[in-house]
Design a protein around this ligand. Structure first.
Ligand SMILES: C[S@@+](CC[C@H](N)C(=O)[O-])C[C@H]1O[C@@H](n2cnc3c(N)ncnc32)[C@H](O)[C@@H]1O
Length: 226
C-alpha cells in the first residue's frame, strides 16, 4: 500500500486527467444525479460543491442556472489550481481554508457527489457540510442489503482511472459499502433538521477500479430538504 496521503493521490496524473476531461457535462452524470439536479434547478441558486475536483459541476450548473453563486471545495491542491484555470472568477477553496472563508454562510444547495464512499470519515463529512445548507443537501453512497464493509484492506478503490499504467493500482483508498438499514439510521440521526425529499436507488456493478467482496452494489442518491 502506498505511503502517499490520500489527498495527494487525487492529484496523480490519471485522476487529474480524468477530472480535467470528464464529469463536466450533464450527460456525464449518473442517472440518479440527473433526476435530482433537474428537480431542484431554479433561475437563481447558491451552491456549495464539496469535492469539486476541477470544477466540472460549475460548468454543468452554469448552463442550467442563470444566476448561479457557486463555491467549490476540495482537499487536492492540483485539482483546485486546475479548477481556477478552467473557471476564472469562480471561488474555489481548499478544505484547509473553507470553514474560515465561509463563516456562517449558507447555500441553497450543498452537493457532495462521488466521494463519501471513498472516505473513511464519511459520517463526519456529512455532519460538517450539511450545516452549510439552507434548503437542499444532495449526496450519494454505495450500499448493500448485506453486511456492509468499511475496511480498506477488504474493499478499496485504486487510482488508475483510465490510465494503462499499472503502477497506479498500488494507490488505494477506501471503497465503503454500507448496509442500507444502517445508512437510514445514521441519516435519520445526522439530518434531523431535514426531510428526505428524493431517494433514488439502483443496483449496479461496483467501480471497475475497485476491489470489493460484492458483485453488485446499490447506487444510492439522496436529496434532503429543509
Ligand atoms: C470522485 S471525485 C468526484 C468529483 C465531483 N464531485 C464529481 O462528482 O464529479 C472526488 C473528488 O473529491 C475530492 N475529495 C475526496 N475526498 C475528499 C475530502 N475528504 N475532502 C475534500 N475533498 C475530497 C477529491 O480530491 C476529488 O476531487
Amino acid at each position: 500500500m502506498s505511503k502517499l496521503k490520500i489527498e495527494d493521490m487525487w492529484g496523480l496524473d490519471p485522476s487529474f486527467k480524468f477530472f480535467t476531461n470528464k464529469r463536466n457535462k450533464f450527460a456525464d452524470l449518473y442517472k440518479g444525479e440527473k433526476i435530482i439536479l433537474n428537480s431542484i434547478i431554479d433561475n437563481k441558486l447558491s451552491v456549495l460543491d464539496y469535492g469539486c475536483a476541477t470544477g466540472g459541476m460549475y460548468k454543468i450548473l452554469k448552463k442550467k442556472i442563470r444566476k448561479l453563486n457557486y463555491v467549490g471545495v476540495d482537499f487536492n491542491e492540483r485539482l483546485l489550481d486546475k479548477a481556477r484555470i478552467l473557471n476564472p472568477g469562480v471561488k474555489f477553496f481548499s478544505t484547509k481554508e473553507y470553514k474560515k472563508k465561509l463563516k456562517n454562510k449558507k447555500f441553497d444547495v450543498v452537493l457532495i457527489l462521488g466521494l463519501l464512499h471513498l472516505n473513511s470519515d464519511w459520517k463526519k463529512i456529512i455532519t460538517e457540510n450539511s450545516k452549510y445548507s439552507k434548503k437542499y443537501f444532495i449526496f450519494d453512497l454505495r450500499e448493500t442489503e448485506k453486511k456492509g464493509v468499511e475496511n480498506i484492506l477488504k474493499s478499496n478503490f485504486n487510482m488508475q482511472f483510465d490510465s494503462s499504467e499499472k503502477k497506479y493500482r498500488n494507490y488505494k483508498i477506501p471503497y465503503n459499502i454500507i448496509n442500507s438499514f444502517k445508512v437510514q439510521k445514521i441519516l435519520d440521526k445526522k439530518l434531523i433538521k431535514f426531510k428526505k425529499f428524493i431517494e433514488i436507488k439502483y443496483e449496479g456493478k461496483p467501480s471497475a477500479k475497485s476491489k470489493t467482496p460484492y458483485r453488485n452494489v446499490i447506487f444510492a442518491n439522496y436529496c434532503y430538504q429543509k
